[in-house]
Design a protein around this ligand. Structure first.
Ligand code: PGA
Length: 240
């Protein structure tokens, strides 16, 4: 069961201490449970956080990467190799906030290939917009995102799929249980061996409903992951 914290563009040096509580909690809670916690802070904190988490069983991911695997003249960009070099083991690719600012399926495909080459595991985000949901073309959209995003990706072993309906991110809304079960099932039929996570407004209240949907392999958590108490609560309640 995965619990992935996506901090987005939040957090400065003083935010690093907030993870101490989670480290302490998880040390005791993990016993005999197959749980993975992965923190994806902004790139500015990856190096420091990775030092801090060195002797713990919590891992680190980045939130995006450039598509070119080698160094290059791309002002403001960071590639997968550089992220790996400072302690990231995972990277989120295809998040809807980046798709909305212009990332195409083709660009996402290049990023995925480059990240895998650099030895990062990929948290590959897919999801439909509200308009697409209303037009009842969710499956068609997901199918397209998966096909184009994973085009010519030979080994899918190091890929985790995060299903994040765009309309549920940061809105407090989550899909109806039956719909979510069916969509996750649809993804699992296409990606037989891959873990499929749910993301979008996961919080300590709705985790009780979400945990009854038994084909979900974990959660990608945005807002609630910045508050250690809420993050811990989500994990505890998932198992209560
Ligand atoms: P949220 O974000 O939990 O704040 O809705 C999830 C995400 O964007 O990954």
């Amino acid at each position: 069961m995965y619990f992935i914290a996506n901090w987005k563009m939040f957090g400065g040096l003083n935010s690093l201490n907030t993870i101490d509580k989670v480290v302490k909690f998880f040390k005791a809670f993990k016993k005999n449970r197959s749980i993975k916690i992965i923190y994806c802070p902004p790139s500015t904190l990856i190096s420091l956080m990775s030092k801090k988490l060195e002797k713990t069983n919590i891992e680190i991911g980045a939130q995006n990467c450039h598509e070119q695997e080698s160094y290059g003249a791309f002002t403001g960009s960071i590639n997968s190799k550089m992220l790996k070099n400072i302690g990231a083991n995972y990277v989120i690719i295809g998040h809807s906030e980046n798709r909305q600012s212009g990332e195409s399926n083709q660009l996402i495909n290049l990023k995925i290939k480059s990240a895998l080459k650099s030895g990062l595991k990929v948290i590959f985000c897919i999801g439909e917009t509200l308009r697409e949901k209303r037009k009842k073309i969710t499956k068609k959209i997901l199918d397209k995102q998966l096909k184009l995003g994973l085009n010519k990706v030979n080994s899918k072993k190091n890929i985790i799929i995060a299903y994040e309906p765009v309309w549920s991110i940061g809105t407090g809304l989550i899909p109806k249980s039956d719909d979510l079960y069916e969509t996750v099932n649809f993804i699992k039929k296409k990606m037989r061996k891959n873990k499929v996570l749910y993301g979008g407004s996961v919080n300590p209240k709705n985790i009780n409903d979400l945990k009854s949907i038994n084909n979900i392999d974990g959660y990608l958590i945005g807002g609630a992951s910045q508050d250690p108490k809420k993050f811990i609560d989500i994990i505890k309640k998932r198992y209560s």
